[in-house]
Design a protein around this ligand. Structure first.
Ligand code: NAP
Ligand code: GLV
Length: 321
């Protein structure tokens, strides 16, 4: 019996090409209904999932004992219950490294757009409300030469720092461990989170979502930021307390925010939708043609390796191998 692979969403051709010798089933372009996922997973040996599917014990049990690997087409894998997978000897894999530059570009795009009020200006122009150039119209803080605080200084956080150097920014970071090589290479200084929030003009969040990072930036943390500061979040929605952020933006406690991720995707906190001083992107951090192709390829390679009895390139729980 050939190994059956369930692919939960249509993925770029580059990924599909690597799986052409397997028996694959693709559920569709959109997010599958939970009931559809539970039915389709029955009897498969591998699942290629995305961030929109909750891969929990129920799904694993619905698959049955043939399931050997869940390859998430994302670097973040908070949608997968890794402990449940390990207990069942199911390998979980992700796609680190190939999306760093693209996601860092997205963070920098949001940082610039939020500071320079691009969303607000575009809305005004499209509504036919732009009557003339104005000396005080849509002015925001400069980015060049300011201080950037990076929370989570891993692959993507460091790629953001590289861009910031081109903007003459001072680079500060917070992470659980010190990154001496990156400090040297990027002229970066480690601060504790409170110091970083007090000191920096821009704060960009790049941690994974975990119990430790849930609401890492909440009401107290926002209250430490400068009134002219800008917050950017391209990590995961629940790392920032959205209601507290809406309060801080509404009361002009901080100047602006740029968000790519939300606590309850695809819902966005209704007050954020009403505010002018927040730029909202629909989770497009890694959405370049090249990078999505590479992510699909890497997810496919992770599956193919496990099904051939080889070590996959990016296991999250190698103990399940
Ligand atoms: P990474 O290389 O593992 O870096 C994560 C960093 O976060 C590390 O420096 C880590 O510090 C730090 N960290 C972890 N827990 C922390 C805490 N409690 N306080 C402070 N720092 C903490 O991960 P990455 O590849 O850069 O990806 C980061 C995240 O970005 C992913 O997990 C994903 O959720 C998100 N992402 C989003 C998009 C998007 O489309 N918006 C795209 C790609 C990734 P230590 O090294 O000291 O542990
Ligand atoms: C996307 O959000 C990812 O984690 O790769």
């Amino acid at each position: 019996m050939p190994n059956k692979i369930l692919i939960t969403r249509e993925i770029p051709d580059k990924g599909m090409a690597l799986l052409e010798n397997f028996d694959t089933k693709v559920l569709g372009e959109g997010v599958p209904e939970r009931s559809e996922l539970l039915e389709a997973v029955e009897g498969v040996s591998a699942v290629l999932s995305t961030v929109t599917e909750k891969m929990d014990a129920e799904v694993m049990d619905a698959a049955g004992e043939d399931l050997k690997v869940i390859a998430n087409m994302a670097v973040g894998y908070d949608n997968v219950d890794v402990d449940a997978a390990t207990e069942r000897n199911i390998v979980v894999a992700n796609t680190p490294g190939v999306l760093d530059e693209t996601t860092a570009d997205t963070a920098f795009m949001l940082l610039l757009a939020a500071a320079r009020r691009l969303g607000e200006g575009e809305r005004m122009l499209r509504a036919g409300k732009w009557d003339a150039w104005g000396p005080k119209q849509l002015i925001g803080p400069d980015v060049f030469g300011k201080k950037l605080g990076i929370v989570g200084f891993g692959r993507i956080g460091q790629a953001v720092a590289k861009r910031a150097r081109g903007f003459g920014m001072g680079i500060f970071y917070n992470a659980r461990s010190r990154k001496k090589d990156a400090e040297k290479e990027l002229d970066a200084r480690r601060l504790d989170l409170d110091e970083l929030l007090r000191e920096c003009d821009f704060v960009s969040v790049h941690t994974p979502l975990s119990d430790e990072t849930h609401h890492l930036v909440g009401e107290r943390e926002l209250s430490l930021m400068k009134p002219e500061a800008v917050l950017v979040n391209t990590s995961r929605g629940p790392v920032v307390d959205e209601a507290a952020l809406a309060d801080a933006l509404e009361s002009k406690r901080i100047f602006a925010a740029g968000l790519d991720v939300y606590e309850e995707e695809p819902s966005v906190h209704p007050r954020l939708l009403e505010l002018e001083n927040v730029v909202l992107a629909p989770h497009i951090g890694s959405a370049s043609i090249e990078t999505r192709g590479k992510m699909a390829e890497l997810a496919a390679k992770n599956i193919a390796a496990v099904l051939r009895g080889e070590t996959p390139p990016n296991p999250v729980n190698p103990e399940a191998l």
